[in-house]
Design a protein around this ligand. Structure first.
Ligand SMILES: NC(=O)c1ccc[n+]([C@@H]2O[C@H](COP(=O)([O-])OP(=O)(O)OC[C@H]3O[C@@H](n4cnc5c(N)ncnc54)[C@H](O)[C@@H]3O)[C@@H](O)[C@H]2O)c1
Length: 360
């Protein structure tokens, strides 16, 4: 096998990732599946083979792997079905929406012997890849604190529950805590050497915008890793304000990084012994820490927010072809997902500390 042939489930977000496959040398788009005929017809322009039934795509012998881009609460079940059918899985975020699903997914991966990777594209965000290049080169020393914000005025996209089932409403408006935490936690988890969050605390502000919603406008999740490293994450899908869903910050013993907060702010870094004391320098000055694969991306993709998706798909395909551990394997995926599930429990208990299960 020289290329991994990937079938995509879900013709919404799945189409963006299907297009990114053309920039991943070890991957090939084989088919797209969606139960929605209109969506499937719109996606037919980018691939000749389409399926309406997922079961039919899973039976196809010319498909090696499935990209699961169905609604969030179906990821674990759709991933398990693909693994049982002998396909490798690249799953959209999050990995699961309940602890039961976490354990079912883990068992399915173990039983299958196939590769599973979480498609956490925020780990492949260009500025973050510079930061991670610096972390891996030792410039940060020991990383002991990280923070991240998911501030995205999304209330217009959350329909009232009485108008029918909508998975976004069910998961993001009717549950407390941070159910979409992998975008924020995933990159910090990697910078902390894949150290899992052991305890979470979550407090919310109440709901001031959608009277029927159960989620807080804003909630803050604090997490502590097994060795005592600290993360702070803010989720806000409701406030009327400018978005900032890519902000993160990282503190180590010898460097710190902060993303932009808006109004001409930029990605900035301070490196002990290199940046004048008490000042910042632009992160761009350290772009040499980007992985070489970035240089192969076309200029319009390399600069875009989602430009790293092709690198993420390539990492998945290489893990299959080389039979190596995917960079975000099932244990990592659950370590990125479960703290969000447990943040709901903490919020319901008024901010009490809650243990996060360890997945082995
Ligand atoms: N990483 C990112 O930046 C990012 C961005 C957007 C969405 N997402 C994630 O991607 C996932 C999909 O998001 P979306 O906006 O495309 O959702 P969506 O609800 O618009 O689309 C999901 C599609 O899956 C199809 N589907 C569901 N079950 C199916 C089945 N059994 N067989 C065939 N088709 C089936 C539906 O018909 C639908 O068209 C979500 O989990 C979302 O959180 C991630």
């Amino acid at each position: 096998m020289t290329k991994v042939r990937i079938g995509v489930l879900g013709a919404g977000r799945g189409v963006a990732l299907a297009k990114a496959m053309s920039l991943a040398p070890s991957a090939a788009l084989a088919a797209i599946c969606d139960a929605d005929e209109k969506r499937l017809a719109a996606a037919a322009g980018i691939v000749s083979k389409t399926y309406r039934r997922y079961e039919d795509m899973l039976e196809a012998p010319d498909i090696d792997a499935v990209l699961v881009a169905s609604p969030m609460p179906l990821h674990a079940q759709h991933s398990a079905a693909a693994l049982k059918a002998g396909k490798h899985v690249l799953s959209e975020v999050t990995a699961a929406t309940s602890l039961e699903q976490c354990y079912e997914l883990l068992e399915a991966v173990k039983a299958s012997g196939r590769k599973y990777m979480l498609a956490e594209n925020y780990c492949y965000y260009r500025p973050w890849m510079i930061v991670m290049g610096m972390v891996r080169a030792g410039l940060f020393g020991e990383v002991y604190y990280g923070e991240s914000d998911q501030i995205q005025d999304f209330k217009g996209g959350l329909s009232h529950p009485d108008t029918g089932y909508n998975w976004r409403t069910a998961e993001l408006a009717m549950r407390r805590g941070h159910q979409y935490i992998t975008h924020n936690l995933g990159p910090l988890y990697q910078a902390m050497g894949n150290e899992r969050i052991k305890t979470v605390v979550c407090l919310g502000s109440g709901q001031h915008h959608l009277p029927w919603a159960k989620a807080d406008d804003t909630c803050i999740v604090l997490g502590q890793t097994s060795s005592g490293k600290l993360v702070r994450i803010r989720l806000d899908f409701f406030s009327t304000r400018p978005n900032n869903y890519t902000y993160s910050g990282l503190q180590g013993t010898s460097a710190c990084y902060e993303g932009p907060r808006g109004l001409k702010d930029e990605h900035k870094i301070h490196v002990k012994g290199q940046t004048p004391p008490g000042t910042w320098q632009s992160l761009e000055e350290l772009a040499t820490y980007l992985p070489p694969a970035w240089k192969a991306l076309p200029a319009d993709k390399a600069g875009s927010y989602d430009g790293g998706s092709a690198l993420m798909i390539e990492d998945f395909a290489r893990a299959i072809l080389d039979n190596t551990r995917p960079p975000i394997d099932v244990i990592d995926a659950l370590n990125m997902t479960a703290p969000g599930l447990m943040s709901e429990v903490s919020a319901e208990r008024g901010g009490a500390p809650v243990d996060v299960p360890e997945f082995k």
